[in-house]
Design a protein around this ligand. Structure first.
Ligand SMILES: NC(=O)C1=CN([C@@H]2O[C@H](COP(=O)(O)OP(=O)(O)OC[C@H]3O[C@@H](n4cnc5c(N)ncnc54)[C@H](O)[C@@H]3O)[C@@H](O)[C@H]2O)C=CC1
Ligand SMILES: O=C(CO)COP(=O)(O)O
Length: 370
């Protein structure tokens, strides 16, 4: 017998939060397994003298973070996160990563103990002991609920325009996966579910660092070949990072939308790329440019670079990740953008893996360790 329809709540209402609200609202209204009413937590602010929640509930448009797109009428904006989340069976977390710990402490003990989470948040947080924490792990630990992740090549504006794209859900629990997929999938937004949850999330976070490198390349007026080199070396560092810190993950995950596809789209069309290009061209700080160019939207790349560097430095491993390290040092003003290229000219990936040794007039292939 079918159970009670599941209630969904979207915790967040920025650019991506609003685009996903459009999809979730549409699916909740059409599919019997979901309650029609979808709540959306909106961090309250005044826009043109009016509360943003009131504007959204009257006009069904998030005029600040996703202007020009109507949200379904069953999506209800609520300024109190506890009020928005308390009855939900599925909590979709989609706030900039710097706000997640505060939100979790507000929600602790106030949500259904049977609720499940789905994190769309790309980023890490610093962990005690000098490491990093995955956002889904923070949610699971602090709210005591399971939390899957969704990451992909999903620039919010294009998704809201209903242009075809793919996404990846990382979900270890195969019983939950169909419910999450049904809530998210549409004919233009195709979901692939994999069980390699941590690697999916790490891809989503790390690609934002590489996107800053792509922006520096654009700011320096270097060409597509240089950008391709940064993307390739970035991908190799992402793979190495997962290999070292999340052993047991699968290489195939990098070929899902959350891997190579997200890396490409962000390095060409994302906010991290845009602000990083302006950083080189204007000489202003990242923070100034974030405020000037993004109208309240938040960057993840420079913060993620800092969090990753915090861990790499603690472990004495900066030289194994020269691109991530250079990007962080450029963001904080320790290096000029031009020096990124110097830093990667002798990248470990350039050390030959194969050498050919002439022996008795026959060429013999031998392996060297890079
Ligand atoms: N925008 C995009 O194209 C995509 C974004 N993402 C990821 O989704 C996550 C959320 O990004 P967006 O929805 O784009 O957000 P955004 O970048 O538009 O951020 C602004 C949001 O933060 C809220 N905010 C500001 N101060 C706050 C506070 N103190 N507490 C709570 N919320 C506060 C604002 O009200 C607004 O809703 C990020 O991790 C991002 O990397 C993932 C895929 C695509
Ligand atoms: O994650 C994104 C696309 O998948 C968006 O990237 P930006 O935050 O750089 O815009």
């Amino acid at each position: 017998m079918p159970g009670k329809p599941k209630k969904a709540c979207i915790v967040g209402s920025g650019n991506w939060g609003s685009a996903i609200a459009k999809i979730v609202g549409h699916n909740a209204a059409r599919l019997p397994q979901f309650d029609d009413r979808v709540t959306m937590y909106v961090y309250e602010e005044m826009v043109n003298g009016r509360k943003l929640t009131e504007i959204i509930n009257e006009t069904h448009e998030n005029v600040k973070y996703l202007p020009g797109h109507k949200l379904p009428e069953n999506v209800v904006a609520i300024p109190d996160v506890v009020e928005a989340a308390k009855d939900a069976d599925i909590l979709i977390f989609v706030v900039p990563h710097q706000f997640i710990r505060t939100l979790c402490s507000t929600l602790l003990g106030k949500i259904k103990p049977t609720a499940i989470g789905l994190s769309l948040i790309k980023g890490f947080d610093q962990a005690a002991g000098g490491g990093i924490d995955l956002i889904s792990h923070i949610i699971t630990r602090n709210l005591r609920i399971q939390c899957a992740v969704l990451m992909g090549a999903n620039l919010a504006g294009e998704v809201a325009d209903e242009k075809f794209c793919e996404t990846t859900i990382g979900c270890r629990d195969s019983r939950l996966a169909p419910l999450l997929r049904d809530l998210i999938q549409t004919d233009y937004f195709r979901v692939v579910v994999v069980d390699d949850e941590d690697a999916v999330e790490v891809c989503g976070a790390l690609k934002n660092i590489v996107a800053c490198g792509a922006g520096f390349v654009d700011g320096l007026g270097l060409g597509d070949n240089t950008k391709a080199a940064v993307i390739r070396l970035g991908l190799m560092e992402m793979i190495k990072f997962v290999d070292i810190f999340y052993p047991g993950s699968k290489l195939s995950t990098f070929f899902e939308s959350c891997g190579v596809a997200d890396l490409i789209t962000t390095c060409y069309g994302g906010r991290n790329r845009r602000v990083s290009e302006a950083f080189v061209k204007t000489g202003k700080s990242i923070k100034e440019l974030e405020d000037e160019l993004l109208n309240g939207q938040k960057l993840q790349g420079p913060y993620t670079a800092e969090e990753v560097n915090f861990m790499l430095k603690n472990k004495g491993m900066e030289d194994r990740f020269p691109l991530f390290t250079a990007i962080h040092r450029i963001c904080i003003g320790e290096l000029s953008a031009g020096e990124m290229i110097e830093c990667i000219k002798h990248h470990p990936e350039h050390i030959p893996k194969t050498t050919y040794v002439e022996e008795d007039e026959t060429a013999t292939e031998t392996k060297t360790t890079g």
